[in-house]
Design a protein around this ligand. Structure first.
Ligand code: 8IG
Length: 267
């Protein structure tokens, strides 16, 4: 999937058009772990396509990461592609696999992309577990990049200022933060968490940044939302585990669903 990654995405987009009977879609949302239960609130399901039915997609490796694309119709009549699950760099399938959903959404006609994730919080002084945070910017420490060659993409405003302002109109209590991504799959050491705080990070996770870069290459307008599900390693005295991520997601699904539904209807 290297030179032909964009062709493969076009083929997946064509398959989505055939499966849904729709010519285009208004928005795509990638539901990270913790966000999948919120998908139901966004609109009425008009179709579902398992990843395994589409060229270039793999079934996700992680519990709670779903494994299909749902086509939704919102109350205002917009059509959304909802990715229930994503491929992560730590799965070892390569960077093209990680951004295949974003390239497919772009090829399918989407102009706006909502990237959600669950993340560790680097600012427990001001963040609560279960809070969504608007991603204002990112620091890519994955060592990877989805773009190869002399395509020098401007990343001055990866996460749209306009969309962030729109979300803050809907929920003025939301704060903004810088999302740092590592490859994973290990969580950080306490020393790495101290480093990330010094570097200016506010959340840490293992996703989103490569997808956001691929989206900017395709000229999509990007909104990023992190659900803080744990304080970073060493900040709370507790070890980290994936089950607490899913638990926080279940507990906050209603709030996240209402927020996303309002956002999608106002894009
Ligand atoms: I949820 O503390 C979740 N994902 N790297 N660190 C990293 N990823 C995460 C974390 C975390 N919490």
């Amino acid at each position: 999937m290297s030179n032909d990654a964009y062709t493969l995405a076009s083929e997946a987009a064509a398959a989505l058009h055939r499966a849904s009977g729709l010519d285009t879609f208004d928005v795509a949302l990638v539901m990270g772990s913790g966000w999948v239960p919120a998908a139901d609130a966004i609109g009425e399901t008009v179709g579902e396509v398992p990843f395994t039915d589409l060229p270039g997609f793999r079934a996700p490796a992680v519990a709670g990461h779903g494994g299909k694309i749902r086509v939704l119709r919102t109350s205002s009549g917009r059509h959304a592609l909802v990715f229930l699950g994503r491929t992560h760099l730590y799965e070892g399938l390569g960077v093209d696999a990680v951004v295949h959903g974003v390239r497919t959404a772009a090829a399918a006609g989407v102009r706006t992309l909502v990237l959600t994730n669950a993340a560790g919080g680097l600012r427990p002084e001001t963040q609560n577990v279960g809070d969504p945070v608007l991603i204002s910017d990112h620091i890519n420490l994955t060592g990877a990049n989805p773009i190869t060659g002399t395509t020098f993409i401007d990343l001055t405003e990866v996460y749209s200022r306009r969309l962030r302002a729109l979300v803050r109109e809907i929920d003025p209590t939301l704060s903004e933060g810088v999302y740092v991504a590592f490859r994973g799959p290990t969580y950080e050491t306490p020393a790495e968490i101290r480093m990330l705080r010094t570097l200016g990070g506010d959340m840490v996770g293992m996703s989103t940044v490569l997808e956001a870069i691929a989206a900017r290459e395709a000229n999509l307008e990007v909104l990023g939302l992190s659900l803080v599900t744990n304080p970073g390693a060493g900040l709370s005295g507790e070890p980290l585990n994936h089950e607490e991520v899913l638990e926080v997601g279940r507990a906050t699904a209603a709030r996240m669903g209402v927020l996303l539904a309002k956002v999608v209807d106002r894009l």
